[in-house]
Design a binder for this molecule. Sequence first.
Ligand SMILES: [Zn+2]
Ligand SMILES: [Zn+2]
Length: 308
Amino acid sequence: MTTTIIQPGEIEKLAGEIPFVYIPSRNGIFHDRAGRLRTLAHDHSMKDFLIFMANLCEAQQAALNDFPDVPLPQETQLKLCRAHGMPPLSVQSWQRDPAWQQALRKIADRVQQHATPASKETIARLQHMDSAALEMLAGAILSGRYEDIDLAAAPFVAAALQVYWTHMTTTLGVRAFGRNDISNLCPACASAPVASVVRIGGGEQGLRYLSCSLCETQWHMVRVKCSNCESTKDIGYYSIEGSSGAVKAESCDECGTYLKIAYMDKDPHVDPVADDLATLALDLMMDNSGKSRSGPNLFLMTASDPAA
Ligand SMILES: [Zn+2]
Ligand SMILES: [Zn+2]
């Protein structure tokens, strides 16, 4: 007789087929994020910042809506990647099409209308950068080298790169991507997650997905497990006193990191990027307790980012 020991997470698997990858709808992804940011901005101490980010997200949606056709991996390549657990659009190896720079110019033009004098200066600086300088900046952002880059310009460049990668993932669709060998990195682009989301509805009800900091792909990971080191011991959940509890920090004593987790059953409109930006107080609290973030928010790069 064989005895099967059920490992953590396998109970979820036994419950039926789990959609491994979830990609939000291309038509509304950044528009919905902008709406969420505006909602969160009400009575928020960082209202102006959140509204500015909302404008940036609207500009991202406009750039995504008319993104030109660009080269994508062929089916044979995708098949090979799926077979070997490799992300086909890896930030380290994918040859970027210069179309992302057109998206950057569109985003910069649009955001400029509502920008503060300081942001206007940054945008002007970006508009004077040549293609090679922009590629260097993109390379530094995508590999987490934040020490020697223009940190004021970085969020605009990141916004354009997000649009480019989201164009590719939404064009290819969920079937293009398989399980990554490294389960805490995006199966499409190999970036670290910005946060995780416990989803509601359909086959994803109650399941936790890590949300890519770059390409909007979400991938399944069982709950109550560190998304950084996969430890299931000493996982703690922290939230700001008096908050709705829709966003918590999932923290791990084993590797000393945390990542935020957003619960759609507490608030169906939570967004991994927007809700992360609106809960910086939680980052401060975790930072004070000696934990560092395991994944970046590309709108909040700092030279000392632990993800670097
Ligand atoms: Zn990704
Ligand atoms: Zn850990």
